[in-house]
Ligand binder design. Structure first.
Ligand code: UDP
Length: 488
């Protein structure tokens, strides 16, 4: 039968929007290339992924779900909580990962009964265990960690050189052996380099092992964006590195752009109507991703800067476990009322792709999560960069220094919130936001050149996924590589 001959990928995403959104996009893209995909999921995630995939399935793409139960109770996780952004406290993150680990047995029982076996497993790196399952059934595994080659190389050279070990926390040092002179402080590095968080170096080592034992690595990026870093990473890892992004570009229609991740907190038509009423390139869009938990006092500084810019803006209000506090401030201050002539506040989840692709957007204030950053690149808008933690400080360097399409607000260190969410981090003042925002939006020569570069990159991004483009070629190469393995 056709099913018997069709290449079959088993996809295992991880529970955080920044991971499962691009993984599901990848599933859709593989299906568009004729691969049959099965996505491992759990009850609540099935609903979230479903909204992304409904259309794909309706249009006849070969995608199906494999739904397993999720052991909330056993691991002390609130009922229905399958994603890091839904956790009442980030202290439960490791319990959540443990709960994910318990899916392994269910997945292995499924594979055991399957004939023929899947041709490939594609799994999130951070899960760690899919590599063991793949080994057990002799299925090639390709891993995905949601980052870019720039980040992978930064981590790589830091790990090899250990330069960060001999410097003070706020002392700038150069990351050795990279194509550009990239400087950071120890306080800006991902937690995996932390000496104070227990178990980090152990975890780091496990990640490296799972990466090196995998058949290859898929990257949500495109070669032209970071060629020097792609080349370096391939020198390290061999040819089995496939840059197949930007994955968000697999959504073409407005309705697909809305159905991504969570249910949008704003009505699509209201949002478009508001955007349509704004001048081209005039709106600053401020959104800080799905997991960062930012102190209300810090969000107030941001809000005041957006207000005093006198420019139109969209602000996505989300403070995780402290959302109530910031909503109370907005309410008491009458902030929404007082800015209503030129501001749209989205309380909760924004239809980010829809917003970013609207011509009214002139700038993106981002926390530099890789998905958001790349979505900003695709939209061709300059960025105001405000990294929070993990690899976000690397991404800021890529945008500000290498691509030269962004301006930094000047954050000095990772916010402590992932480690201790009640310990306030550094406070970035409203003046710093305002200054960066004005530089990005100004009409002068520098601003024009920045906008031009951003537009140019967006064009290249869009070409890379078309037939003949680098990412399209890499996707074909990945599929061919798996086919060859399957014939052996
Ligand atoms: N996102 C969205 N609406 C929101 C917030 C986030 O659609 O209100 C999407 C965003 O488009 C991106 C993902 O969620 O695809 C967030 O991933 P990213 O890597 O930027 O950041 P993280 O949430 O992992 O920090």
């Amino acid at each position: 039968s056709q099913e018997q001959n069709q290449l079959h990928f088993l996809i295992i995403p991880m529970g955080s929007p920044g991971h499962y959104i691009p993984t599901i996009d990848m599933a859709k893209l593989l299906a568009q290339h004729g691969v049959r995909v099965t996505i491992v999921t759990t009850p609540v995630n099935a609903l979230r992924f479903g909204s992304i995939l409904d259309q794909a399935i309706e249009s006849g793409l070969p995608i199906c779900f494999l739904e397993f139960s999720f052991p909330y109770k056993e691991f002390g996780i609130p009922e229905g909580c399958e994603s890091i952004d839904d956790l009442p406290s980030l202290g439960l993150a490791s319990a959540l990962m443990q709960a994910y680990r318990s899916l392994q047995t269910q997945i292995e029982q499924y594979i055991e009964k399957l004939d023929p076996r899947p041709n490939c497993m594609l799994a999130d790196t951070f899960l760690l265990w899919p590599g063991d399952t793949a080994k057990k059934f002799q299925i090639p595994i390709v891993i995905f960690d949601g980052m870019n080659c720039f980040t992978l190389m930064c981590n790589h050279v830091l790990h090899l050189s250990k330069v960060y070990e001999s410097v003070g926390d706020s002392e700038l040092f150069v990351l050795p052996g990279l194509p550009d002179r990239i400087e950071l402080t120890r306080s800006q590095l991902p937690f995996t380099f932390s000496s104070t968080i227990k178990g980090m170096s152990d975890y780091n080592e496990k990640l490296r092992v799972s990466e090196s034992e995998a058949f290859g690595v898929v990257v949500n990026s495109f070669e032209e964006l970071e060629q020097g870093y792609v080349d370096k990473y391939q020198q390290e890892k061999g040819d089995n590195v496939w840059c197949i992004g930007p994955l968000s570009l697999c959504h073409k229609d407005e309705s697909e752009k809305v159905q991504r991740g969570n249910k949008s907190s704003v009505n699509k038509n209201d949002c478009l109507k508001w955007l349509d009423s704004q001048e081209k390139g005039s709106v600053m869009y401020a959104c800080l991703g799905s997991v960062s938990r930012i102190e209300p006092a810090q969000l107030i500084e941001l809000a005041l800067a957006l207000e005093s810019s006198k420019r139109p803006f969209i602000w996505v209000v989300r403070a995780g476990h402290k959302t109530e506090k910031i909503e109370k401030w907005i309410d008491e201050e009458g902030f929404e009322e007082r800015t209503k002539d030129r501001a749209l506040l989205i309380h909760g989840w924004a239809p980010q792709l829809l917003v970013l692709s609207h011509p009214a957007i002139g700038g993106f204030l981002t926390h530099c999560g890789w998905n958001s950053t790349l979505e900003g690149v695709c939209a061709g808008v300059p960025m105001v960069t405000w990294p929070q933690f993990q690899e976000q400080f690397y991404n800021e360097k890529l945008v500000v220094q290498v691509l030269r399409t962004g301006v930094s607000v000047g954050a000095q260190k990772t916010s402590g919130l992932l480690v201790d969410e009640d310990k306030p981090g550094e406070l970035v003042k409203s003046e710093a936001f305002l200054k960066a925002l004005e530089i990005v939006m100004e009409e002068g020569k520098e601003g024009e050149e920045r906008r031009k570069r951003a537009k140019e990159l967006s064009k290249i991004a869009n070409t890379s996924i078309e037939v003949g483009g680098s990412s399209h070629r890499n996707m074909t190469r990945l599929i061919e590589d798996i086919k060859k393995l399957s014939k052996k």
